[in-house]
Design a protein around this ligand. Sequence first.
Ligand code: GCW
Length: 678
Amino acid sequence: IAEDGYRLWLRYDKIVNSKLLYTYLNQVNTIYFPAGTPVLDAARQELLSGLEGLLDKKINTDNNASASSLLIFTKAHAPLNLPALALKYEDLGKEGFYINSTKRSIIITANTDTGILYGVFHFLRLLQTGQSLEHLDITSVPRIQHRILNHWDNLNRSVERGYAGISIWNWHTLPEYIDQRYIDYARANASIGINGTVLTNVNANALVLTKDYLLKVKALADVFRPYGIKVYLTARFSAPIEIGKLSTADPLNDTVKAWWNAKAKEIYQLIPDFGGFLVKANSEGQPGPQSYQRTHADGANMLADAVAPYGGIVMWRAFVYSNASPEDRFKQAYNEFKPLDGQFRANVLLQVKNGPIDFQPREPVSPLFGAMPKTPLMMEFQITQEYLGQSTQLVYEAPLFKEVLETDTYQGGKGATVARVIDGDLHHYPQTGIAGVANIGNDRNWTGHPFGQANWYAFGRLAWNYELSAAQIADEWIKQTFSCDTMLVATTQKIMLSSYEAMVNYMTPLGLHHIMGTGHHYGPAPWITNAGRPDWNPVYYHRADTVGLGFDRTASGSNALAQYAPGMQQRFMDVHTTPEAFLLWFHHVPWNFKMKSGRTLWEELCYRYNSGVAAAKVMQQQWNTLERRVDKERFKQVQMLLAIQVKEASWWRNACLLYFQTFSKMPIPRQYEQPDHT
Ligand code: GCW
């Protein structure tokens, strides 16, 4: 059978290591797992089918706990005569779980059915990754409450910035036809702790809020519920006009408020656990409260009031900028939202992209993080690789996510990492969240590039526990997705861990940003000057001239730096001490500026572009050594894609260096064309 990648990381093939298999068979010979609720039934079914695959044997279940070696139960249904457990159920919260093994038995327990579901997936992961089941003592609790995928899927099934086919939501055949893919989607998400999904594009279509579509949404919500996943929708701000026949969408107008209240009521009647709304307002042409001289807070609060009686939330996006404003685009979101701190309802979260511009290969963190103590800020990462080579390039994003989460904002002093902002630790937010713009489509392997799956996986794992390392997540993912073969794991992990920096080097080294082809954002186009709006032009961002390169955002320039806390300003203020990875984000640097390496800026740029290309070639060579260790189909797919990647890395280097050379007027040093890259 062809391995088409459909099964993602939930492959459950028979364990090859026979010694390990034998040990597991002894440890898991009889299971006590009373179920009977939809979530527990889903968990039980997953466990049994997973074990049957991995162990190549149907495992018995028994209603007698003392006759079983694997015991799974919620707090309320703990079997009698159990030896005392070394856990405090209070510590597990609503979603956490506890796994413990003694000589006699293994237990998985939690307060809730959902906790059990997560515990079961974790247990299966232990077997899939070949870990010992002895002396287990695992307490696992998510750090962030709302862990959500954002689909930018349109109702006609096109996907904005989607590179893996069309939308997986088949609105035409819903609600009657339930594609197996919906169930497998839910399983995959539950296995990594994702507990919410926004089905529709933030560039929203109000039609999804009409009765016919809501029935389809309900059908999906019913499929996802047993997997602990809530459904959310994007709310088009002008919906009261478009589908409600009102003449205004003014958030302070009583008829408008009543319309949204009634709409919320209608939705909750169909979907009692509906999550709430995600809104892009007054951004890139989307309607919003400012069209009525109201603020973002007015708009968000109106929707928040509509869903509050049912426990719903509103995720209001902070991605706003306008070319009508003379301000550096970097500064605009902060300028608009910072003054509104404290004005939002308790069930509003402000969803902030990781960086101030737009999902660039490497961005400094948004200055909003840490700057709004009275407003829950949630993270928006982009899993789909809009500016990162889309679905032809292997770019493992966990290092990017980690870099952002670990960045110190210095708000209120040292140690105020972005992670501590969004998990609520720093400002005691009442609700916390993290969103990832999905890279999922209806391709056989879901994500187009087989390694796109790793980014979906990494997002979920980090949303649950951002302390996991990128290496650890890669290790797990490879073992579950390919195999536990030592060489394969080691080599693939090397490829993944080098891919992020390689891509940054051959696309936008040293803090260059937004120099991709305008519109599609694929491939280099630093020369473009007529993108339709000045703030979409690459030349706006790189500012190359005969003097040098980069965007001065210090006090002598746009002074965006002033939006950060003093500690952060310190980091980027001085051209001599700014980390070189961010140099051109904050400084216009002379071509012959001396870099840490001793090279000039121009030479360093040449060196970086070339080492990016060299690193892509190394990735390709490393993959080629795995031919006999990977199934034919996926080996070949990745091989073909890496050939594209190497070609495109050179394209990026050649295009950018030749273009920037027209300003630097300096030769490209021969020795950097083949840098030693081991
Ligand atoms: O990254 C840009 C994209 C748009 C997107 C927008 C946003 C959904 O180019 O396609 O629109 O950001 O995040 O709202």
